[in-house]
Design a binder for this molecule. Structure first.
Ligand SMILES: Cc1cc2nc3c(=O)[nH]c(=O)nc-3n(C[C@H](O)[C@H](O)[C@H](O)COP(=O)(O)OP(=O)(O)OC[C@H]3O[C@@H](n4cnc5c(N)ncnc54)[C@H](O)[C@@H]3O)c2cc1C
Length: 460
């Protein structure tokens, strides 16, 4: 019998991790603090409770979450199996009956002979025992402190204040321009993309922000006196006065618009967000405006009329590590080889992405215990790209990331047609995952491939 392992947190990542370890023969203790102690967002004692939406995202094969779901099915994910069994009609999305989903995961884990579910808050990281920490965005305060002692306070964050991210290809460079303030930096034309505004455009934008509807804070966020401290949302800045933004994140100093030869009245700066240069974030634009309206307002910015948003701005409580400084792409903690992190605490966002990192952490812990080389999916796959992004992004600029096509390596040939481009990304991801799994020395994965229709695909 294999060595005993510990998983802390019975959410999406922790449940997937516990199951994958147990299936590989490890006696697994899964600690979950509910119902004794809740998070403020969970409402039941069930494992794998979905805290908000009941949708696991688009299931269309050429969309980011659809690609990720397909990869998780290839890997033999328990939670994907339970989600499909509990699915409800939702057009192109995979939505579930949340009760049925959580109950089936809870029951399956309770019945597994290698899993012991322990309803107890863990307040310390276990000394030398092989462990996966998957305590989620609402990790209990005692555990948060224990993690901070391990990682250092500077590497643990408590809130998201996320600026929107746009697809670089959708920025209208006939109106925007590349430049650094005062021409600083190298002479490549500028690291920032700048969207200039005249006074009328600026005031129209400010009015829209002042009247925008925001997402309500939850009780556990409202009660926290530190919430939003140090990162005021743009709509709140706009409400402080018409000119507040023009003297703050939208100040135009040091910039001349090459299209007019003049300094604009105000400016929105966009900074490169990934190495490939396909994603740009709006600097200092953290916001809590409802997503539909947020898109409409941001498209008032000259140059962003047709912007495609990869991620909308948002602000909420979220405990997460500075993963690029602390974790390998296998989810292993750099400073302690038998400690792994999984789920939202690694900076991955979204139900399926979080579940997926639980799988990766468990697979690698199991491989390590069996003396096998650790494994990370190829970067051409959505899961590989996500793991790579959260562990390789520049640590200073790190913000959580969800599955999206922008984090995949660029295609070798340029495809103009958007639908064809999506399909090309999806097909490349599928082939890369199948090829990598076919070669992987893991009996559970091989059995899953053997039993599924994927086998046929591999053979043809
Ligand atoms: C309010 C909110 C709403 C969200 N809505 C969505 C959404 O609609 N769609 C989406 O895709 N993503 C959403 N997310 C983001 C994320 O996908 C989910 O939070 C997801 O559940 C994270 O998975 P996880 O396994 O990392 O954490 P969780 O699913 O939260 O699991 C962590 C588990 O650890 C337990 N735990 C915490 N501390 C301890 C401890 N010390 N000892 C033992 N157990 C402990 C918790 O009780 C919990 O059960 C939301 C996040 C939040 C905070």
């Amino acid at each position: 019998m294999n060595q005993r392992v510990t998983v802390i947190g019975g959410g999406l990542a922790g449940c997937e991790a516990a199951w994958q370890l147990a299936e590989r023969g490890h006696r697994t203790r899964l600690y979950e603090m509910r119902p004794q102690r809740s998070t403020g967002a969970h409402v039941s004692d069930r494992l794998a409770e979905l805290v908000c939406s009941n949708s696991l995202g688009s299931k269309l094969p050429d969309r980011a979450t659809g690609i990720l779901q397909a990869e998780m099915k290839m890997l033999g994910s328990l939670l994907m199996r339970c989600a499909e069994a509990a699915s409800v009609p939702a057009g192109g999305a995979l939505a579930v009956d949340r009760l049925q989903f959580a109950e089936s995961v809870t029951e399956t884990l309770n019945l597994h002979p290698n899993i012991e579910v322990i309803r107890e808050e863990v307040t310390e990281l276990p000394g030398d025992a092989p462990t996966i920490v998957a305590t989620g965005p609402l990790t209990s305060p005692a555990m948060t402190q224990a993690i901070a002692r391990y990682t250092g306070e500077d590497y643990l964050y408590f809130y998201d204040a996320i600026s929107p991210i746009v697809d670089a290809g959708s920025i209208n460079m006939a109106r925007a321009f590349s430049a650094n303030r005062y021409g600083r930096g190298d002479d490549t034309g500028g690291d920032y993309i700048n969207c200039p505004m005249d006074k009328d455009q600026y005031l129209r934008f400010v009015r829209a922000l002042q009247s925008a509807e925001t997402i309500e804070l939850r009780d556990f966020e409202r009660e926290d006196p530190n919430f939003f401290e140090g990162c005021v949302p743009i709509e709140q800045l706009a409400k402080r006065g018409d000119d507040t933004l023009a003297f703050g994140p939208m100040r135009p100093v040091g910039l001349t618009d090459p299209h007019t030869g003049r300094r604009p009245y105000a400016i929105v700066q966009l900074r490169q967000d990934n190495l490939a240069g396909t994603l740009y974030n709006l600097v200092g634009f953290q916001t809590n405006i409802r997503w539909k309206q947020q898109k409409e307002i941001l498209r008032l910015i000259p140059g962003l009329e047709n912007a495609e948003f990869i991620r909308m701005g948002q602000m909420h409580r979220n405990t997460f590590l500075n993963a690029p400084a602390l974790l390998h792409a296998t989810m292993q903690f750099r400073q302690k080889s038998n400690l792994y992190f999984a789920g939202q605490i690694t900076g991955v966002e979204g139900y399926v992405g979080n579940t997926a990192t639980g799988y990766i952490a468990a697979l690698n812990l199991s491989r390590q215990l069996n003396g096998l080389r650790e494994w990370a999916p190829p970067q051409e796959t959505m899961l590989g790209a996500l793991c790579h992004y959260v562990t390789n992004c520049p640590p200073k600029a790190f913000q959580p990331m969800k599955a999206n096509l922008g984090i995949l390596p660029s295609l070798t040939v340029k495809i103009k047609n958007k639908a064809q481009r999506r399909r090309a990304y999806a097909e490349r991801a599928r082939s890369a995952m199948l090829a990598a799994l076919t070669d992987l020395d893991d009996q559970v994965i091989q059995a899953n491939l053997e039993n599924s229709e994927l086998k046929q695909h591999v053979e043809t």
